[in-house]
Design a binder for this molecule. Sequence first.
Ligand code: ZN
Length: 386
Amino acid sequence: MAVWDRLVGQARAIELLDRAARDAHHPETKSNSMTHAWLFTGPPGAGRSTAAILFAAAILCEKFGCGTCSVCKQVLNDQHPDVNRFIPQQITITRDESEALIRETSVMPLTGAYRIIIIEDADRLNDVSGNMLLKSIEEPHSRAVWILCTPSVDDVLPTIRSRCRTLALATPSWNEVADLLIREGIEPAMAAYSARAAQGHVGRARGLATDEATRRRRHEILQIPSQLHDLRACFIAAENIVSVATEEANAESDRRDEEEKNDVLELFGAEAGSKSKGERAARPILRELETRQKSRRTRAVRDRLDQSLTDLMSYFTDVMKLQLVGDEAELVNEDLRGQLKDFARNSTAAKTRARMEAIERARRQFASNAQPQMIIEALTIELARA
Ligand SMILES: [Zn+2]
């Protein structure tokens, strides 16, 4: 399976990136499909960072991203020495972090023809770290490729934007996501439900389709709006939301960590738990992997909380549709239609709007360093009061 099969609903982007990667293998042709600085944009879940990784694999793999060779596997597992995937753990990318990334590009590629630096959440660059990066993007090392990922083009300094080639990823449709899941072996009804509930977020859809606990937790979140009868209920709900997010992040991290570990062991021809020569050789890499996995886990909790708020938002979007369009409205949470109708009847569109705004506000506050628990408590109280 070529690497591009992992990117759903992005035919135009794939065509462009495939051409660029092929040109990258023949720099002497001086074609302009390939360039050294890219800005990948798109809503969460559309596959910005996936696209960046796949592009890196296609640039470095001799067969332009075959998906099966050792180069592809290393890139896909975050283990290729010439690909640095930077996932910011702080609210802003610091000057030091920027500096370290720039230093990376001055080193000659170890095995491949390029050094590829992927910056996820490049919207976290501030003026200082952004301007530092700008210089390096303006006069790049001939073997460096920068890939910056942000929700939209307005999320980076205009000066950076103007020096990058922009690639916009669209939110894939429910059908496209469902088709992908079916190709991956999910039963059609489950694929349809998960794709719809995930609203175009591929990773989320996959999680819902394959994990019953994830489905149950989503269902619990969607029960919250109808439970906020008094202050005590608000506090309990807030605690539930935070613990659900933590549980879900841990479940996903456990699964992913295990898979990555096994991939490393496989690369060294060893089995988990064995005391073979391969296992000993893999140890330093496993240690490094564990460090990375740990910081990813912390971040995953925040991402999950944001996911819970997205689920809550889908509830009120449905309520709003019922209030404005009526019974024929198509809903994200089709399975809860009866309950949603009751809620819509007992409220008004103005109140629903106020509730949606409260959720938006809470999401923005996650970008600050405030305690998640406090943000969510304030939110549940607002939802009850509206
Ligand atoms: Zn390959």
